[in-house]
Write a protein that binds this ligand. Structure first.
Ligand code: NAD
Length: 335
């Protein structure tokens, strides 16, 4: 079916609008709209592109991660891109994700990790012979910012890895994870900022990003940022064959690994655990916006690869955005 002029114009205007929101959210740490509004516009654009693939431009926000760095910090090229994640909102979406994976690697026994999706800022930490040498933001996925001095101030970021059973440390390993600001620290920071007539942050994620991208690392040091490790980028001198083995190894090296991470070999149990998380979200001292399900085996991950900006071997089971949660609660209360 030929695409109408109206649809072409709508896709272009959605691209412009979303790129502007990305710049404010990722580069300036000051969102213009709520996540729910942003997600609904992005979904509209995705739907148009799915129907008319010829409208999918390389600069479309559906194809790109984050936004360009601000230029305050030296740039770092990520040797392996830092990706985003596809989304699932219910059990059917999760089942469809697994079916798509099976179409590529065949129906075979699979294990899955399920990890809380911490709502913070993704960073990559490079260790050379066990010593923390460079730390960078995700940036636009290909190029991030060198914020090594600021990352050094975070107490969960080991400056030197702990050897395991006397074995030599990897010659080089890139550890990826999320920097976040606990909710109480966020509230206190905003109170202090308001009191001093300074910028107030929209949410803990923006506060974490703003705190980490300070030119003066003493300001970063004054904010109680935390870090959970959840992945590795390129590595050499160590043998890692699965996500669960990687998390275990990182824990021994001295990283904080989220204690609610689980390994399942039964997909029904994965779905149950995802549902269980809906209620648990409110009990945590930090923000999570979903859980991430990953196929555990690295050989399978390699075979599955990447589509657009999302790995095929992982998916984020997203909770309703806060704004939507509030609306839903209001509806329930009003009935
Ligand atoms: P995403 O947040 O949906 O998923 C990818 C990110 O998840 C990774 O980069 C990583 O940082 C994080 N993550 C946390 N725990 C993880 C784990 N255990 N394993 C792997 N990754 C983990 O994707 P995104 O592209 O970073 O951001 C999209 C989100 O940002 C949406 O929620 C959107 O609403 C919001 N956003 C809002 C605006 C706005 O203007 N309000 C603009 C842009 C984006």
């Amino acid at each position: 079916m030929a695409v109408s002029e109206q649809t072409v114009a709508r896709a272009a205007s959605l691209r412009d609008e979303l790129n502007r929101y990305n710049h404010h959210y990722y580069t300036l740490d000051a969102p213009l709209v709520s996540d729910a509004q942003y997600d609904s516009l992005l979904n509209e654009l995705r739907a148009i592109e799915a129907e008319y693939p010829e409208l999918r431009t390389p600069d479309s926000p559906t194809q790109r991660v984050g936004s360009a760095p601000l230029g305050k910090f030296p740039k770092v090229q990520h040797p392996v891109p830092m990706l985003s994640l596809g989304n699932a909102f219910n059990a059917d979406d999760l089942a469809a994700w697994r079916r798509r994976a099976e179409q590529i690697i065949g129906a075979q026994p699979m294990s899955y990790t399920v990890e809380p999706k911490i709502d913070g800022l993704a960073v990559a930490l490079t260790y050379i012979n066990g010593v923390f040498s460079v730390g960078a933001t995700r940036g636009n996925g290909e190029i991030g910012e060198d914020i090594t001095a600021n990352l050094r101030t975070i107490r969960d970021v080991p400056l030197r890895l702990q050897p395991i059973d006397g074995q030599p440390l990897p010659e080089r390993i890139e550890v990826r994870g999320e920097v976040y600001l606990p909710i109480e620290a966020f509230n206190q920071l905003n109170e202090r900022q308001a009191h001093a007539g300074e910028k107030v942050f929209a949410n803990p994620r923006n506060a974490a990003a703003g705190s980490l991208r300070q030119l003066d690392s003493t300001i970063t040091a004054s904010r109680p940022l935390r870090f959970f490790a959840y992945a590795v980028g390129p590595f050499s001198g160590v043998d890692l064959n699965s996500q669960s083995e990687t998390l275990n190894t990182l824990r021994h090296y001295g990283f904080s690994i989220n204690p609610d991470t689980r390994l399942f070999d039964d997909f029904a149990a994965v779905v149950d655990y995802c549902h269980e998380w809906m209620g648990r979200r409110e009990l945590l001292s930090y923000e999570v916006d979903g859980v991430v399900v990953k196929i555990d085996d690295f050989a399978m991950q390699r075979e599955l690869g990447v589509v657009g900006r999302d790995p095929r071997w992982a998916i984020a089971y997203k909770f309703p955005a806060r704004e939507e949660t509030t609306t839903l609660l209001n509806i329930v209360i009003n009935v």
